[in-house]
Every structure is written in structure tokens, then in C-alpha cells.
Write a protein that binds this ligand. Structure first.
Ligand code: SF4
Length: 440
């Protein structure tokens, strides 16, 4: 997902966000805490998928490590392509998730970008237990299974329905029950009893983090936008790996205050903003900087994305949620939040969601990233761009690339395609957009 140690892309005429220094500090604290726990054997370490049940793990006293975050670091530091072939050589196909293949390859080569970012850290933290949720894809289960065999640590998880239209009480009951059934295994590893009070506390911190992160992203609805997608990919770090902690809450209060001030002063992320785009699909981690600079040159701001929005969990509730009018239960609220995510839903729901984003963020066009090794987070392969264009008149472009495997990405072709797309937008409307007509 996101990398904590890269410098923010310094797009032309873009201003640095001051809160970045604080974010780097707390992310460093996160990794040093994990490293210390591994070396001392306390507290225990749980690996978790990026939209897995992190709240339960924290409530049970684990420190939580997210391998997808490490995958994104490998991508952003542009070393993934050194490692992907290593994983391919032991049978992990070039067609599957390149987070998985870069991460497994780096492990086999005994390398990690953590060492360079955080002196004294020599390796990824060894897991005491690995916990997945297939709500995003099946690759995470296979990824964790590799490490479960390597470290001889238990692998447990949740199977979530995919392509979900309406979220029903049957969906919620199924996932909530699976989450509860993890508890005995987790108690065995952590040596700590499940405590509902602790669970409600962590959930309320996660909820607060989520609300603040949503407000941060919504500052981009201002004209001009004080925040871009590229900033979002940097600043989402704490929402991914530290949700459920006070540090993450404090950080987003700081960031939000800065962005609200920027919006009041009409300070834009992209100087002279003329167009506003929506990014669908995975980031291209190794190309954030050149893409950010390209859009700045074109005076075009990528103001919103499904990717950054994926760590907004509206349904979290410390009081709990109800599956079908019964007692309030924190597991129901967690189950709902982790099923309602964009990546879990049917195309019809996804299209409705994108339509709302187009209006809210006054979007002129959509970029669909067709990510070679992640079909799960690629939405351009079954006619969605065409349907949205037909129904809403919204122009789109599909760019081919990959989250980590830069051999699948042509910088020249992408640049030419984006320049032509923005030029085409230029003939559509003056700036600022007419917000009374659905934002375009
Ligand atoms: S959603 Fe895509 S990028 Fe994320 S772990 Fe699954 S296959 Fe990899």
C-alpha cells in the first residue's frame, strides 16, 4: 500500500506539506517498535493484510505489521524488478500480485528497504501469527501462506464474499463469526485473553482515524484543491499501518488543520489548476514523482482516488453494529466496514460510488490504471469506463502499467496519452467548472 520513507514527489510548483516531518517520525517509531519487539520477543507480532482485522489484533496486544506496506516500499524505491524474477524462479508467476513477488523475492535475497530507511533494522519483523482477509483478493492468502511455512507460524484468516452488491445481514453474520473464531488461536499466541473493553477502545480510535482521514481527503473538493492523489499516497501511511492508535489520530488532526488552512487561503497542490481528475486503480509506485510532475506541468490536479479512499471505514462503531436488528456487537460493525469497501463490491456499486466522487470532487475525467499484476484492483477490463462515459458523459483514459513491475510500464507512451487526454479536456469547458451541472 504506501511507503513511509520515500520523499514526497516534488512536482513542479507544488508545495511541500509541513506535516510530512511528523508523519516520517511516527512511521519510523512504528518500525522501530516492531524491530524491538522481534528482538526481545515481546509483545508478539501479528502480520495483517491491509484491510484485515487489525483492530482485533491490536486489542489482543499484538503489534501489527502489514506486508503490503513493505511491498509498496519495494515499488517506490524502484528495486522490485530485481526481486520479482527470484520469486518467479520458485514458482510464483509473473502474472500474480507484484507486491507478493517483489516481497518474497526480497526475502529470499535477504534484503529490505527498511534497512536503508531505518538504520539498525536488518530485516522485516518475524511473525508470531499471520492473519489475512480475502476481501481484497486471494493473493494475500497465498502470500501469507509462504511466510507461514518459512517461519513456522500459524496462518489464520477470513474468507469474504466478493463482488458484493447490497451488504446483507447474512454477509455480516458470516464475516463477524469468522472474526470471532480467530480469538482462541490469537489468545494462544499472545497469551492474553480477549477483552471487549479493549476492543471497543481500539475500534473507537480506528473510527476517529478513519473520520479524520476522510476529512483530509475531502479537502481536495475545494477549488483549487490543496491536496493531490500523489500527496495522498504518501500521507495514507498512518491510516494503513497505525489505525487504532492515538498517534495516527493526532497525526491526522495536524494534517487536516494544515490542509484546511491551505484551502481557506486557496493554496493549490498544483499551481494554476485547470483540470481535475479521478484516479482509479493501484498507484504506479515507482513513477509517482514523474507522474506528479507531468500533471503539474499540464496544470491538472488528480484530486481523488478509490485507492486512498480504501482506508475510510464508515461503519466502525465502538458501540457495535447489528447484523439484523439484534444486539449491538463490535464484530458486526467491523464486519460491515470491511465488506463495504470498494474493492469488495459489484461493478454496479462501484460505478455508483465513482459517480458520487465525480460530483463531490468536480471531476473532469477519469484515469483508469490497468495494473498488469492486480486484476482485483483494476476496473477497466469489463466495460466500466465505457458505461460511465455513456451514462455520465465523463471522458476517460486507460493507462497500462503495474503497481511494482516497471517492465510493464512505458513512460513515453503514458506521457503522450495523458498529454493528449488533457488537451482533449481543454476543449470541453472553462475553469472553474459549473458545479450546478454535476461538477463538470
Ligand atoms: S489487491 Fe492487488 S495489489 Fe493488493 S495484494 Fe491483492 S493482488 Fe496485490
Amino acid at each position: 500500500m504506501k511507503t513511509p520513507n520515500q520523499s514526497p514527489p516534488s512536482g513542479l510548483s507544488r508545495k511541500e506539506i509541513k506535516a510530512t516531518a511528523q508523519m516520517k517520525k511516527i512511521m519510523a517509531g512504528h518500525f522501530y517498535e516492531l524491530d524491538k519487539a522481534m528482538k526481545s520477543g515481546h509483545p508478539k507480532i501479528a502480520w495483517c493484510t491491509s484491510v484485515g482485522p487489525a483492530e482485533l489484533l491490536r486489542a489482543m496486544g499484538f503489534l501489527v505489521y502489514f506486508p503490503e506496506n513493505h511491498g509498496a516500499m519495494l515499488g517506490a524505491t524502484r528495486i522490485s524488478t530485481d526481486f520479482i524474477p527470484v520469486a518467479n524462479s520458485i514458482g510464483y508467476s509473473p502474472e500474480i500480485c507484484s507486491y507478493l513477488t517483489s516481497d518474497v523475492g526480497a526475502y529470499l535475497k535477504k534484503q529490505t528497504p527498511l534497512s536503508k530507511a531505518y538504520p539498525g533494522i536488518d530485516s522485516i519483523p518475524r511473525p508470531d501469527v499471520l492473519v489475512y482477509n480475502t476481501n481484497q483478493c486471494r493473493d494475500v492468502q497465498d502470500w501469507f501462506a509462504f511466510y507461514s511455512r518459512e517461519f513456522k507460524a500459524p496462518l489464520i484468516g477470513i474468507q469474504t464474499h466478493r463482488g458484493v452488491g447490497e451488504v446483507t445481514s447474512a454477509h455480516i453474520r458470516s464475516v463477524a463469526e469468522q472474526m470471532k473464531s480467530l480469538i482462541p488461536n490469537l489468545e494462544k499466541v499472545s497469551g492474553k485473553r480477549y477483552d471487549e473493553k479493549e476492543m471497543r477502545l481500539v475500534l473507537s480510535l480506528s473510527k476517529e482515524c478513519s473520520i479524520l482521514w476522510k476529512k483530509v481527503l475531502e479537502t481536495a473538493a475545494a477549488l483549487p484543491s490543496p491536496l493531490s492523489f500523489f500527496d495522498g499516497t504518501i500521507h495514507m501511511g498512518p491510516a494503513v499501518v497505525m489505525r487504532g492508535t492515538q498517534e495516527a489520530v493526532d497525526y491526522y488532526k495536524l494534517l487536516l488543520a494544515e490542509l484546511e488552512e491551505r484551502a481557506r487561503n486557496k493554496e493549490s497542490a498544483v499551481e494554476g489548476e485547470r483540470f481535475r481528475l479521478y484516479w482509479d486503480g493501484m498507484p504506479i509506485w515507482g513513477k509517482l514523482r514523474p507522474l506528479s510532475e507531468l500533471f503539474s506541468t499540464l496544470k491538472t490536479s488528480v484530486v481523488a482516488s478509490t485507492y486512498c479512499n480504501s482506508w475510510i471505514f464508515d461503519a466502525f462503531s465502538a458501540e457495535g453494529g447489528s447484523a439484523s436488528g439484534g444486539n449491538l456487537d463490535p464484530f458486526n460493525s467491523m464486519a460491515r466496514a470491511y465488506i463495504e469497501l470498494f474493492i469488495v463490491r459489484s461493478d454496479e456499486r462501484k460505478e455508483k460510488y465513482i459517480e458520487e466522487m465525480i460530483t463531490k470532487f468536480k471531476i473532469d475525467g477519469i484515469i483508469f490504471h490497468d495494473s498488469k499484476s492486480c486484476s482485483n484492483n483494476t476496473n477497466s477490463r469489463y466495460g466500466m469506463p465505457q458505461r460511465l462515459q455513456e451514462r455520465l458523459g465523463i471522458p476517460y483514459i486507460v493507462i497500462s502499467g503495474d503497481l511494482n513491475d516497471l517492465r510493464c510500464y512505458s513512460e513515453e507512451q503514458t506521457r503522450t496519452a495523458i498529454e493528449a487526454f488533457v488537451e482533449q479536456l481543454g476543449s470541453r469547458r472553462p475553469y472553474p467548472p459549473d458545479v450546478t451541472s454535476g461538477g463538470r
